[in-house]
Design a protein around this ligand. Structure first.
Ligand SMILES: [Zn+2]
Length: 416
């Protein structure tokens, strides 16, 4: 048995013994709802002060504050706590990012328990924020505490980033941290964001598709339905446009990447705005949308050009005009390579703790890990959870919280 093996067993024993303390921290966090001002709250300071106090009582005292000015909250800034456990070397460091803020509870009637009062039942903790993102926060923090309690010096620094403003745009949270401290995290470091996952812990999220919402406005001429020859039917043109786009986009962008499920880009006609109120009127204007999830290495600008080409063809044939607009565009960050150290080390840790075989996977888009990836830092989103983020009756499976903490302790000890 190697030393690090023994240290890992020690950490696991400690974490099993801290199960009730982890639950207690969840309760304390739920009682301090950290809502951003956009959501009618005062930010994360109440929670941050509680965490600072607890961490100091554990001897975790290497804490840097990279707070972001915000005059909307009483303290005048939003807290970002960078907690460090010094390693034998500073790099490669293991960095875990968890956000302190939560989203509002939504209608209280939808909840079976009070959203801001944690309730423990049947192996779960219920309350707003217990899964998103307190589970990851508590797991990563207790794993750090375990190493600290045993006086372990990990091979590389362990850095916990407890940030603000994830639910309301990140600019006062991780974006501010990465901008203010560009030297904090490097390309060689191991970055994990425990903010999403699946229920057996096998999903290592390494890539996202770009998201494009395209809006098409078709203009014809509205007339009485008995005299179609006097007008130009925008509905017919819109129907033709949808079919032509559907064919052309799927044919041109048919490439597959097995990391994703589904493996190809998707182009779905979704919303269609209301047109005329009565059946006997030919509509002169139609507005419709496509939701597109595009593989990260396809140029979204080129996709829009393809759309314009199809629209021009249909417009000529149908005698209408068609305007094509980008309603929303979120360009995917470069994917984290499936051979990056973070993928290998995390897969090993999960396999060791859970006895499962994790797989790198891609998703349809929209995680905060993109901010790291855009900065050229390979990051993985991983956690063991049922993914109840933002739902009523949000819960955290207590076993997941404890076992994920063991995974983090393995990761902290293994990165070298
Ligand atoms: Zn979250």
């Amino acid at each position: 048995m190697s030393t690090s093996d023994e240290l890992f067993r020690q950490a696991c024993a400690r974490l099993d013994g801290w199960r009730e303390e982890m639950i207690e921290m969840q309760k304390q966090l739920v009682a301090r709802p950290a809502l951003g001002p956009e959501n009618g709250g005062q930010g994360e300071w109440e929670r941050a002060r509680y965490l600072l106090e607890v961490m100091s009582s554990w001897g975790l005292d290497d804490i840097e504050q990279v707070n972001a000015p915000d005059q909307r909250v009483p303290e005048g800034n939003r807290p970002n706590l960078i907690v460090r456990l010094g390693g034998a070397k500073s790099h490669p460091a293991v960095c875990v990012m968890a956000h302190m803020d939560v989203v509002p509870a939504g209608p209280e009637d939808d909840w079976d328990t009070p959203p801001f009062e944690a309730v423990v039942k049947e192996g779960r903790i219920y309350g707003r924020g217990v899964e998103d993102n307190q589970q990851g926060l508590v797991s990563a923090l207790f794993a750090m505490r375990a190493l600290k309690a045993d006086g372990v010096v990990p091979p590389g620094d362990v850095i916990l980033m407890l940030v603000a403003d994830e639910e309301t745009g990140n600019s006062l949270g991780i974006e501010h941290v990465l901008k203010s401290r560009p030297d904090l995290v490097g390309h060689e470091d191991v970055v994990v964001v425990p903010d999403s996952g699946n229920s057996d812990g096998t999903m290592l999220e390494v890539a996202e598709k770009s998201i494009l919402w395209a809006k098409f406005t078709v203009e014809g001429r509205q007339v009485h339905a008995s005299m179609p020859q006097l007008g130009v039917n925008a509905h017919r043109a819109a129907a033709s446009l949808v079919c032509r786009l559907d064919e052309a986009l799927h044919e041109k962008y048919s490439r597959r990447d097995p990391v994703f499920d589904p493996p190809e880009s998707t182009f779905e006609p979704t919303r269609r705005d209301a047109n005329v109120d009565n059946v006997n009127t030919i509509p002169g204007r139609e507005v419709l949308y496509f939701d597109c999830r595009i593989l990260p290495d396809i140029d979204t600008g080129e996709v829009v050009e393809t759309m314009r080409g199809v629209a021009a063809e249909v417009a000529t044939r149908q005698g209408v005009t068609i305007d094509v607009a980008e309603e929303m565009l979120a360009r995917a960050a470069p994917a984290t390579s499936t051979s990056a150290p973070v993928v290998k080390l995390l897969a090993e840790a999960v396999a060791r703790v859970r006895g499962v075989e994790p797989k790198p996977m891609g998703i349809g888009g929209g995680t905060v890990a993109a901010l790291f990836r855009h900065a050229g830092i390979p990051a993985v989103v991983w956690s063991t959870m049922d993914d109840l983020a933002h739902q009523p009756n949000e819960y955290c499976v207590i076993d997941n919280m404890v076992e994920d903490a063991k995974v983090f302790s393995h990761l902290y000890l293994a990165a070298r």
